[in-house]
Design a protein around this ligand. Structure first.
Ligand SMILES: [Zn+2]
Length: 104
């Protein structure tokens, strides 16, 4: 049976489509909720529309990992593997201990 769950709320349509592509590459079926409104609303900039990504319940953990990787790459900060400190996306290396996450 199809049991769709909310996976992630993208801050804009472009992010939603980027994530959808990344998930589909991993074999996860994705539905976008909120997408397509841009045409109807006309005036509203597409970038400002929030889009919720839905996946099947059985894909949840797999999809979660894809989202995690995406966030580490794109922008919502990351956790240092060495000291556990949270870093903003702009930091290439940990601001706290200077651990380089790309150098595992
Ligand atoms: Zn650190």
């Amino acid at each position: 049976m199809d049991n769709w769950i909310n996976l992630y709320r993208a801050s804009h349509t472009l992010e939603a489509h980027a994530l959808k592509g990344a998930l589909e590459v991993e074999g996860v079926a994705v539905r976008l909720n909120g997408d397509g409104l841009s045409g109807a609303l006309g005036e509203l900039p597409v970038d400002l529309l929030q889009v919720t990504l839905l996946v099947r319940a059985e894909d949840r953990s797999k999809a979660g990992r894809v989202i995690e990787r995406y966030q580490q790459r794109q922008g919502n900060g990351w956790l240092c593997g060495q000291c556990g400190e949270e870093n903003g996306a702009i930091f290439e290396v940990c601001w706290c201990c200077h651990h380089d996450p790309h150098d595992n």
